[in-house]
Design a protein around this ligand. Structure first.
Ligand SMILES: [Zn+2]
Length: 232
């Protein structure tokens, strides 16, 4: 029981903030997703209540807290004790923090969410609440890397000419996509300073000991929860 998670020093240094990118080390073999969520919630219990969404690969940003499990792919919290999280297994988890206004956001960005600019929408939601772009700190967690993320040619069309930089030639003739690079560019263009964008730059598919991977293990694989917020 319990939770193992990766962190970035820049967020760990912020007083009152809790954050993490779950790693699979403490999950029980055969654990259901509900059991996994309950385990993470219990581990965070002293810091606050964790709010998760029903993720649909869109770009809707919600304000936490809420009732039930609404459909969305990004969430913002400005309340102490209200933690927001996303569940992933290859998609990119992105955490955003404004340490001045003590507001935080969690974002689920797979290729569809990236094409829909979900990270950009999340930054805009923070700015609408009064944050300044210069104050924002971002952390991009583990996700499938361009080493392993072979995709179809049709994704080039989805990303458009601006997205050409995010594709590289794969060994089998099909393109490989760099979702991390695409989201990093969105953050930069939204005004987040380069030196305030941090990474746990590990490929979920390359590290079966640390991470679940949808691409490697199939749709039945587990999910890892990434979370952020100010403790109660
Ligand atoms: Zn890889």
């Amino acid at each position: 029981m319990g939770v193992l998670f990766a962190t970035v020093p820049a967020l760990s240094a912020l007083p009152g903030l809790v954050h993490g990118f779950e790693q699979r080390g403490r999950s029980e073999p055969g654990e259901s997703r509900e059991e996994g969520r309950a385990r993470v919630r219990a581990a965070l219990d002293r810091s606050g209540r964790l709010f998760l969404m029903r993720q649909v690969h869109g770009a809707t940003v919600l304000d936490a807290p809420w009732e039930g499990t609404p459909e969305a792919d990004a969430a913002v919290s400005g309340e102490r004790g209200v933690l927001v999280g996303v569940a992933t297994a290859d998609c990119l988890p992105v955490l955003l923090v404004d340490p001045v206004r003590r507001v935080a956001a969690a974002v689920h960005a797979g290729w569809r969410g990236t094409v829909a600019f979900v990270v950009t929408r999340a930054v805009e939601a923070l700015l609408a609440r009064g944050s300044r772009p210069d104050d924002l700190v971002a952390a991009l967690g583990p996700g499938i890397g361009p080493c392993c993320y072979e995709v179809g040619e049709e994704l080039r069309d989805a990303f458009g000419p601006e997205g050409e930089d995010f594709f590289r030639a794969g060994p089998r003739g099909r393109p490989h996509l760099d979702v991390r690079a695409a989201n990093t560019r969105q953050l930069r263009r939204a005004g987040v300073a380069a030196e305030r964008i941090h990474h746990v730059d590990e490929c979920t598919a390359c590290h079966p000991d640390l991470y679940y991977s949808y691409r490697r293990d199939g749709p039945g694989t587990g999910r890892m929860i990434s979370f952020v917020g100010y403790r109660a």
